[in-house]
Ligand binder design. Structure first.
Ligand SMILES: C[S@@+](CC[C@H](N)C(=O)[O-])C[C@H]1O[C@@H](n2cnc3c(N)ncnc32)[C@H](O)[C@@H]1O
Length: 267
């Protein structure tokens, strides 16, 4: 009986969410969640359980393990005096860079997410505010912004990049990611096989944000070539891990993975 209900829900959600015409799209559709709740408030109820997903969901875990390597590769031996983790959430990126940074600032609108960050970090400066409603006088030599840009509404993306650029020192670095890369293989295959809601973010949209904000792309790396799924009983995850690691080590310059990590510099 439970299986029948699950199947019914699956079919109902499929017809509700999938945009059958998405295989002919040349640019992304809006995120359906934007009509329900503003992105600024979307993580008010999330905290530790968000953080745990990077360990518990096999697909997410593989991507996170490679993301760590990419971040360290970008930063090489650079010393970080002041790091701002923009939309830091539960402190995942701050924790990774804790030993590399002399001082860490985290800004996020979600109290619950920051509660977890406080728990795992030794000496952070926490700014529990909507960034559009706050002015920071300090300038940073590194700002990170993970899992923010594609999810944020277009007007919020523009405000965010302006805020970041304003608070970044000249020659300072920004690392951000687009984990919903519209022209990646997994997203393209989803659209061609009628399994997509048409959402995503393109490289052109990222570049448009950088124009007029004195930010230039120094390097980028894409991961997640085979699937954008985070859990599945029919995927043999150890093979995915081996193949993703293999491609990462090849140091290929393409944007075919669903998660593109950008290394930028303020000029
Ligand atoms: C998907 S989480 C990413 C967290 C973290 N950067 C990571 O990669 O694990 C996005 C975060 O952006 C925060 N956020 C969204 N809009 C915001 C705003 N206007 N000001 C500050 N934080 C915001 C949310 O509260 C949430 O914690």
């Amino acid at each position: 009986m439970i299986k029948i209900i699950h199947f019914k829900n699956y079919v109902k959600n499929y017809f509700k969410n999938v945009k059958f015409y998405s295989f002919i799209l040349f640019s992304p559709l809006n995120n359906k969640d934007w009509n329900k709740i503003s992105y600024t408030k979307s993580h008010f109820h999330k905290g530790e359980e968000y953080h745990k997903k990077f360990d518990d969901l096999p697909g997410r875990k593989i991507i996170w393990e490679i993301e760590k390597k990419i971040i360290f590769k970008f930063l090489k031996n650079s010393k970080i005096i002041a790091h701002l983790d923009f939309a830091s959430g539960s402190g995942r990126i701050s924790k990774l860079l804790e030993k590399k940074s002399q001082k860490q600032y985290l800004i996020d609108s979600s109290t619950k997410m920051l509660k977890h960050a406080k728990k795992i970090l030794k000496n952070p400066i926490i700014i529990n505010k909507d960034f559009t409603k706050v002015r920071i006088k300090k300038k940073f030599d590194l700002i990170t912004a993970f899992r923010f840009f594609p999810n944020a509404e277009p007007h919020l993306r523009k405000k965010a990049i302006k805020f970041i650029s304003k608070n970044l020192k000249k020659d300072g670095y920004l690392i951000l990611n687009n984990h919903r890369n519209f022209w990646s293989l997994p997203y393209l295959i989803r659209r061609l096989t009628f399994r997509s809601d048409g959402f995503g973010m393109t490289h052109a949209e990222i570049k448009n944000l950088l124009n007029s904000n004195r930010l230039k792309i120094c390097d980028y790396c894409s991961i997640g070539y085979f699937t954008d799924k985070e859990k599945s009983r029919i995927i043999y995850w150890p093979i995915i891990k081996i193949m993703e690691m293999f491609l990462f080590k090849k140091n290929l310059k393409n944007r075919l993975g669903y998660n593109v990590i950008y290394f930028l510099k303020k000029y």
